[in-house]
Design a protein around this ligand. Structure first.
Ligand SMILES: [Mn+2]
Length: 295
């Protein structure tokens, strides 16, 4: 697919001569859906998300000029042998000098991202936006499945009390004990609907403020499927877009932002491309948060 844009890549924020060392944000695509348990399609996301990024303006909702920010798009990491390729990505992320925006892929691609960031920031916090906790030790015969992502991060040393999970609403039996007794901070989609995201912000911010950096992992299925239907396992009763944007916008300056991934966007499953635009909304408003901090 070729989409002619009215702007350049990443709404003009990408420039070809940039390196991670002299830019604010690095973008990395990981077009891989080989560890999704149902309905692949997320491998097509990086290409489609980038293509439509050329149609966005360089302003966030509150009219922050995003051109304060430079984005270095590093292109795609190809996965042909997950254990080997994940190790390479982990090392690359561990050495990254700026803020990461990663484009999945199924959620398994976040395994090396989280592991790599933990090498840099052992007391890292994670804001986990997802319908699912991904706490299975093994799933479908694989310990690298997209259902095992957070479990692998805990194994790598991520402190569960530094994890805030928002939007949860679907559980495997093997995950329930960790959810109920594992010191993770859980805010279900039902709680957010009943009490509003703002009622949980003070607690979430307090937890994340004790960390030496915060990473946001956003499975697009955190959103309700009426907003983002193009994903492998849609689960109804999900978050609204405003819930996620309010969360991102509320992260205070004293929280060092390490990056964001947006995963499980499956363009072939959504002929309207609404799911791709939902991903872009989250990405560009995250850029807005970074831009406001730079002022
Ligand atoms: Mn999920």
């Amino acid at each position: 697919m070729t989409i002619e844009g009215t702007h350049g890549l990443w709404a003009d924020l990408h420039q070809p001569d940039l390196q991670p060392e002299n830019s604010d944000i690095s973008v990395l695509g990981i077009p891989f859906d080989g560890l999704a348990s149902a309905r692949p399609g997320a491998a097509a996301a990086p290409k489609t998300i980038r293509a439509w990024s050329r149609h966005l303006t360089p302003f966030s909702e509150d009219r922050t000029d995003l051109r304060e920010i430079t984005i270095c798009d590093l292109g795609d990491e190809v996965i042909s042998n997950p254990p080997i390729d994940f190790e390479r990505i982990k090392q690359k992320i561990a050495g990254l000098p700026n803020i990461l925006i990663a484009l999945g892929g199924d959620h398994s691609v976040s395994i090396p991202l989280l592991q790599g960031l933990l090498l840099r920031r052992p007391k890292m916090g994670v804001l986990w936006l997802d319908a699912h906790p991904d706490l299975c030790d093994s799933f479908d015969g694989s310990r690298l499945s997209h259902a095992c992502v957070l479990k692998r991060a805990l194994d790598a040393g991520l402190d569960p009390s530094r994890v805030c999970m928002v939007g949860l609403r679907s559980w495997e039996e093997q995950e329930i004990e960790l959810i109920e007794t594992g010191r993770l901070n859980v805010y279900t989609a039902q709680q957010v609907y009943d009490d509003g995201i703002k009622s949980f912000l003070p607690e979430i911010i307090a937890k994340l403020s004790t960390c030496d950096g915060v990473y946001v992992s956003c499975d697009i299925d955190a959103l309700d499927p009426s907003i983002a239907p193009g994903t492998g396992i849609p689960d109804h009763g999900g978050l609204g877009m405003r819930d996620i944007l309010t969360l991102l916008r509320s992260l205070p300056k004293n929280i060092d932002l390490l990056g964001l991934d947006v995963v499980e966007v499956a363009p072939p499953l959504d002929p309207t491309d609404s799911t791709v635009f939902a991903a872009l909304k989250i990405i560009m408003e995250f850029v807005g948060v970074v831009a406001r901090r730079k002022k």
